[in-house]
Structures are given as structure tokens and as C-alpha cells.
Design a protein around this ligand. Sequence first.
Ligand code: AMO
Length: 418
Amino acid sequence: MSRVLATDVPRHVGARVRVAGWVHRRRELKSVTFLVLRDRSGLVQVVLPEPAGVTEESVVEVEGLVVASDQAPGGAEITEPAITPLSGPVQAPPFDLYRPNLSATLPTILDNAPIALRHPRHRAGFAITAASVAGYRAALDALGFTEVHTPKIVATATESGANVFGIDYFGHRAYLAQSPQFFKQSLVGVFERVYEVGPVFRAEPHDTTRHLAQYTSLDAELGFIADHRDVMAVLREAVAGMVGAIRERAAESVALLGVRLPEVPAEIPAVHFADALKVAGADPDEPDLAPADERALSEWALRTYDSEFLFVTGYPMRKRPFYTHPDPARPQYSNSFDLLFRGVELVTGGQRLHRYDDYLAVLADPEPYAGYLAAFRHGMPPHGGFALGLERWTARLVNAPNIRQTTLFPRDLHRLSP
Ligand code: AMO
């Protein structure tokens, strides 16, 4: 008899089925025992006339008859079960997984991540993450992008030297990649349009609710652009694809968590950095936006444009990495952008320098960048790209106050395990 998923059981009323999963909850009453079984699809109730002899989180196979029941989740339950234990836990779980919410602090939850993640609400956030990535891939595939996989052990820092992890590489100094920036640019010279979904590493010395030492970066880079606005248009499609895929593939998780999915405007509103400072009431000489400014700008975009997304364009050149293309009309500003979503910076991107001589002009010592500059020696089109922080995205969607809640196994200043 082939295995039926828990949530499909109600479609088999009157028939015998075989299900398999974890004992989510065990309730022994005087003359009856209820087991709730959990598998990847959800929950199903099993009813026995005697004590079950299996503890919570035991892994079992159950064969039995499906009967309709108004009281059971999904409207049906399994009766007359034959239960085959596959493995028994050696220890009770550190918290009751059947309660609507885990009653434990975040550090305890993270210390016990392999078990805490089994909780339906915790798992649901990661189903939304997975759907988001599927939507990202589908949207960019449809726009002619090629998915690439680039090295994570690299010879030079890409963003700034400040937060790079150094490693010993066969006796040489090497680094964990802070971003696939140089590779994705080089690969525009090959494929014109590339994207990557992969880990990046930042030695973040600050303990914040939105920074990790390792996170998942959704990168893209495309050639033959007029300026950064062409990149912003692609990003809009990618984000719309992510929201669409969540709606299609993670509807149950969205419902379970009460997630309100955002509308992605056909054209996401944009404000220039100089105006953004005014809107946020910040000092006009500030070279960057503070987190409080980003929150103020998001509120303003919601009020003014009814949009939960806002582009801030034209950040000052002095705050952007060396590969950034200046705004030809106002060279102290750049052809770059951030995308704010629900009060935080979700994406950074922009147009890049694409002429070899422009790189020689901005790099004091081009020698360490020889590998990167090879592409530019041999002709590169005007190009640009962006990177979206995946864990931040899900955190904003599910309204998690801490990015660690939407990271399976977070890495930060204090945490390297599990
Ligand atoms: P940037 O460094 O701004 O840009 O990173 C892009 C996006 O990644 C997310 N992010 C983080 N998420 C979790 N923990 C961190 N420590 C962290 N740092 C950044 C944010 C951010 O918007 N190469 C450029 C991108 C480009 O221009 O294509 C870059 O890496 O959501």
C-alpha cells in the first residue's frame, strides 16, 4: 500500500491507508488515545482504543481505516490503526511542539533549531522562503537570465575590507566571498544576463536584528542597460515573481502565519537620495540613510504612494563601492539604488563602471583585482545588477522582529552551532 500524505487522508474516507510521520501530539483519555501525526504536508489524527505506547516525536508508520469525523482536523481521522515504530526518541523534546506557539526564548529556540524547526509555524516561514526562491528563479529565467554558481573562497574583498572573513588557503591569505559581485560582472561578458542564489559572508561585528555573518544573497547582473533604471525594472519583475510564487506554492503557510502579501506596484515609486534626506528629516550632509530614516521613508511611501516598496536612487558616490557608476549629470551622486521594503533596506544595486580605464582611475592598486579586470580588458557592455537579502525578505513578510527567526541555522557574532 503506497503512502498517503496527512492532508490527503480526508480524500480516502472508507478506505484503508498507510501514513508515516512523527507523533506530533499524544492524548490518552480513559478509553481512547488520540495521536496526531505530522508529516511534510501537515497533520492527521489517529484514534486507538488503548494506550499507544509511542511518545511524542516518535517516528511511526500507521495503517488504518479512514472515517469521517467533524472533530478531527481536516474532517477525517484514521481508526483501527496498526502502528509500526520506525524510531523512538531517546529524550523528550525541549518544548511541546503541538502548542500553537513555542514557549521558549529565541536563544533556546536557536540552540534547539533542528527540533524547533519542526513546529508548524516555524517550518511555515521557510516554506515561504523556498517559494520566494522558486519565484525569483522563474522570473529571471523568463527574462533570459542564466543561473550561475561562483566561488565562495576568493582572493580579494568585494564590498569593503571592513567585514571580510580571512581564511588560510593552503598557506595563502584568502577570504570568504562577501558577494558574487566580481564574478557576476565578469559573467555578463559571457551570458549578458546572470543570476545566482548563494551564501555570502560578512564579518559583522555588530549584534543587530538584521545582520547575519552568513546570509543568502539573490544576485542578478545584466548587460546592455541604459542606466540603473533598467536594473530597477528587472528587480521589480523578480520581486513580483517572488510574491506570485508565494501565493501559489505556499498558500497554507501564508494562511497559517497570517502573512499579508504586499502588492508590487507596476512601477515602484522612487525618490532621489537628496530628497530622501529631506523626507526623512535627516541632516542634508549625511552620506547615507540611517535605519530610522529608512523606516520614515517607508511610512512616507505608504502614505504618499500606497506602496510598501520604495526605491531610493542616487546615493552619494563616496558611500558606494568603487565599481559604482556615477550619475553623469551630477557626478557626486551615483547611478545606484536601494529598495526599501516595510522599513528596511532589502536590496542594493546599480549601474557599474564598464570601461577598463574607469577602473584604473578608481583603483589605487589594480594588482589585486587583475582577475576581475580581465573581463574589462576585453570589452564589457554597460551593465548593472542588484542583490536581495533572502532572510531579510522573509523576516519582513512574516513580520519577524529578528532576522534569526527566518534563518534556519543562523551564524552571528555569538553563534556557530547548530
Ligand atoms: P549589500 O552589501 O548592500 O550589496 O547587500 C545586499 C543586500 O543583502 C542584504 N544584507 C544582509 N542580510 C543579512 N545580513 C547581513 N549582514 C547583510 N548585509 C547585507 C541586504 C542588502 O540590501 N554587491 C552588492 C549588491 C549589488 O550592487 O549588486 C552588495 O552586496 O538585504
